[in-house]
Design a protein around this ligand. Sequence first.
Ligand SMILES: Nc1ncnc2c1ncn2[C@@H]1O[C@H](COP(=O)(O)OP(=O)(O)OP(=O)(O)O)[C@@H](O)[C@H]1O
Length: 372
Amino acid sequence: MNVFARWRPLAATEAVLEEIDRQTNINSPSLISVSIKRRASAEDRPWTSPAAFHTIFNPEDDNDKLYSHIVAPNIPRVLQGENCSFFAYGHSGSGKTHTVIGYDTQESKNLGLCLRVAKQLFDALNNQNACQELGIGLSVFELRRKTAFDLLNNRTQCFVREGPDGKVHIQGDTEMLEGGKVRVRPIVQQPCWNFASFQQELFKALEQRATEWVPNPDYQKDQTRIDTIEAEKARCEARVSVAEGEIEAIIKLRSTPCLGAKMLFVDLAGAEYYKGNGFRSQASKQTPQDRQESRQINSDLLALKEVMRAWSQSQKRTPFRSSTLTMILREHFTSTGTGNSTIIVTVSPAAEQFAATLNSLKYASLVGAVKT
Ligand SMILES: Nc1ncnc2c1ncn2[C@@H]1O[C@H](COP(=O)(O)OP(=O)(O)OP(=O)(O)O)[C@@H](O)[C@H]1O
């Protein structure tokens, strides 16, 4: 497990605020620690993390720098068929989405890690004539209160279930196909053949995050059209099944597998829900539904920490079953093989966020300081 921390710049609205007193300590050639202190109180002793971090990025470091340190070194492994996962953890507004997706798509140095790697992979595919028929499959889902929502399929509610193959699957409802065949609708995997379409599909999916959908009362169902499309869908599915069989056969024949690896980017829920040491709780403003959701996020984040620790130590038993989030992630951890899992903790330098920042750094350093 690789652990990185990223200090974001003070936002314009925070310009007048004091900053946290912080220092990076180079402890060993490979790992570093961080010390932080409230600047306001002279008697405060700094809290120093264990040597847990690979790199600590400063406010002036852009997404391009993070990409070249964190993601780019993994590309050769992904091309050899190993999975990699990247988690952004931090309190609300600390820069998770800025890091994973990015808010500026015009400048490639500002693209978030997920978009930047897609760009790099498409550039590489375009440079190799032999690979012109290779693309990237994109799945995007949001996990809320034990339910997954497929963001590439109108936020369709999906179930997280363990299948007879022992793997955890995210699946929609069971549906009846023409001819009485029954199938469980899988989560959409959108094929993208170039960077522009990848970006477009990703943003379309992200727009579906946690927004209420209200049906149009004037909508009239056109059953004939639905039937025609269903029939076309069944024909396409049959062709996909044949193609999947052919791909499986090709993968088995290859001496160096380079198809079928997955890169997973997780923009975790804001960690202010995680009630840690000295954290200023928002509980009084929350509705009962909010509180239930906070508890769920809290237990998901704790479960994730335990999974990361157990996995880093190669413990015999990794507690994947303790939450829906970790159940879903099991496949990514267990099939990583010699691949990599990375956590990027994003933190604000604003002194008023001290408790949240301390909490986030403690979380990440507990994971990163594990002796393997
Ligand atoms: N490293 C950075 N450099 C420049 N601006 C940043 C950086 N990190 C965050 N920001 C800015 O701070 C704001 C909040 O960041 P972001 O939306 O990524 O936070 P978040 O952690 O995803 O929050 P939430 O949990 O609420 O989704 C955004 O306007 C973003 O552009």
